[in-house]
Design a protein around this ligand. Structure first.
Ligand code: G3P
Length: 222
């Protein structure tokens, strides 16, 4: 399973990349809006130069021609760019045209396995079920991941399931166990995955014991 960061914050991305565990980034207009003083294009290019993998940048046009033009433009910014397109009729139409041109699409705002199947059939490279938002609405978001993985496997569809809108560490474990190829993590979730209170206690104790041992060795001249 590959882990992506779900952020447009360059410091967070640098941190994740430095740890050697992040192989892609997803952004969306909401995440971009949090970044001040930098243009959309400049930030996407900066992210592409920081991470050695796919970087999803979202299209906002609301007609097929607009989406196609925007997607072609965004995808030309850098070889790492994957164009994010929300699923609906115009999104599917644009995706089926763009995918034939070799442009990589991350079809987003997926809330059902039917939508995932349509996205994969239109030629999307990545299909992004929004797990947390479904959970928020009282449904089992992970069920869409389960069904999508099963359907893509059954018919050897090349699209990859990118589990998105993940909110807590158990979401990541569930997506991994179900066979989602990618999980995209908000930075806080990445930090939460690293942490365990018993690890902190263990490190402190090993440190204290090793200092006590060094002290005793020095005292006894051993
Ligand atoms: O990648 C999609 C993600 O950014 C949505 O997350 O937490 O806004 O539902 P959230």
């Amino acid at each position: 399973m590959r882990l992506f960061l779900d952020t447009a914050n360059i410091e967070q991305i640098r941190e994740g990349v430095k740890m050697g565990i992040i192989s892609g980034v997803t952004t969306n207009p909401t995440l971009m809006a949090k970044e001040k003083g930098v243009s959309y294009r400049d930030r996407v290019v900066e992210i592409c130069e920081t991470v050695n993998g796919p970087v999803s940048a979202e299209c906002t046009a609301r007609d097929v021609d607009g989406l196609i033009g925007e997607a072609r433009e965004i995808s030309a910014w850098h070889t790492h760019v994957v164009v994010k397109i929300p699923i609906d009729e115009i999104g599917l139409e644009a995706t089926s045209i763009l995918s034939k041109e070799g442009i990589k699409i991350n079809m987003t705002l997926i809330f059902s396995a039917n939508q995932a199947l349509l996205a994969a059939t239109a030629g999307a490279t990545f299909v992004s079920p929004f797990v947390g938002r479904l959970d928020d609405a009282g449904q089992d978001g992970m069920e869409v991941v389960r069904e999508s993985v099963e359907i893509f496997d059954q018919y050897h569809l090349p699209a990859q399931v990118l589990a998105a809108s993940l909110r807590h560490p158990r979401h990541v474990i569930a997506a991994a166990r179900l066979g989602a190829q990618i999980a995209t993590l908000p930075y806080a979730l990445l930090k939460a995955m690293v942490k365990h209170p018993l690890t902190d206690v263990g490190i402190e104790r090993f440190l204290a014991d090793s200092q006590a041992y060094e002290k005793e060795s020095a005292r006894s001249g051993a």
